[in-house]
Design a protein around this ligand. Structure first.
Ligand SMILES: Nc1ncnc2c1ncn2[C@@H]1O[C@H](COP(=O)(O)OP(=O)(O)OP(=O)(O)O)[C@@H](O)[C@H]1O
Length: 254
């Protein structure tokens, strides 16, 4: 049981203007400082959860038809993205979202500028977290490798001291070794700052290593949930929803 709940999603139903009924009665919880995963196959509804939680549904012409989203007990179901951000929820969208034709350092300074000077962290925090960013701080972000860009996105998200980071398909297109490096950096900093992480991933084996517990989504519904160990041991049942032959022997997915 989550001791101090930060994000609570209850019985959420979301449909797109196209008619796609993407989520049906989804309930998830993320405690303060907790690391929680949402895993599921392509089209399961993972990104739709991320959009709903971060106030981006309307941008994608999706509507919350039923249910409630709350942050620290406040109903945020219909809050716009800027208000959710102000409440301490930062999103790392699929595709990273760094500004390509700005330097690494300017990408970082851009978010720091929004923080009052007396509380502003040093830009070098990002370089301590991922030293390669320091080495490449004058390079245009668009010239970094995919993994380095993702490091920049993660480090930038942490600089604003969020209470929750929602990371959507962080591993997409990256080598497993790089993903591990990125997640290790994120885990260390998040634990240090008490930041909760909602990790949305198709890469289930990798994801279960990083999170404390996870929800399995299939066709817009939560079909299983539990600690990483429980889900791994559920073997066949969980694996079937994920399109994996056997979760306990799915290391090759990495
Ligand atoms: N912008 C959109 N407009 C209309 N339908 C959408 C849109 N985005 C997603 N959908 C539909 O909503 C359902 C859930 O998609 P969603 O992207 O949330 O799943 P996902 O688990 O994140 O999959 P993926 O890993 O492919 O991103 C799918 O049927 C999808 O076709």
């Amino acid at each position: 049981m989550v001791e101090q709940q930060f994000l609570s999603v209850r019985d959420l139903d979301v449909a797109y203007a196209s008619g796609a009924h993407a989520l049906r009665g989804v309930s998830i919880e993320v405690g303060a400082g907790e690391r929680v995963g949402i895993v599921g196959a392509n089209g399961a509804g993972k990104t739709t959860v991320a959009r709903a939680v971060t106030g981006l549904s309307a941008v994608f012409r999706a509507t919350v038809r039923q249910g409630r989203i709350s942050l620290a007990g406040k109903d945020t179901t219909r809050w716009p993205a800027w208000r959710v951000l102000a409440a301490g929820v930062v999103t790392i969208p699929e595709g990273r979202g760094v500004i390509s034709n700005m330097t690494v350092e300017d990408n970082l300074r851009l978010v720091l500028a929004a923080i009052p000077r007396r509380r502003r962290p040093a830009v070098t925090e990002a370089y301590t977290m991922y030293p390669v960013l320091g080495e490449r701080r004058r390079a245009m972000a668009g010239l970094l490798s995919g993994g380095e860009q993702q490091m920049l996105a993660v480090a930038r998200a942490l600089l604003v001291r969020p209470r929750l980071i929602v990371a959507d398909e962080l591993s997409l297109g990256l080598a497993p070794r790089i993903v591990t490096e990125i997640l290790d950096g994120l885990a260390a900093r998040a634990a240090n700052e008490g930041t909760a992480v909602l990790l949305i991933e198709q890469a289930v084996v990798m994801s279960l290593r990083f999170v404390d517990r996870a929800y399995v989504l299939d066709q817009g519904t939560v079909v299983a949930q539990g600690t990483s160990d429980e889900l791994r041991q559920a073997g066949d049942t969980t694996a079937r929803y994920l399109g994996v032959a056997d979760l306990s022997r799915a290391e090759e997915l990495l």
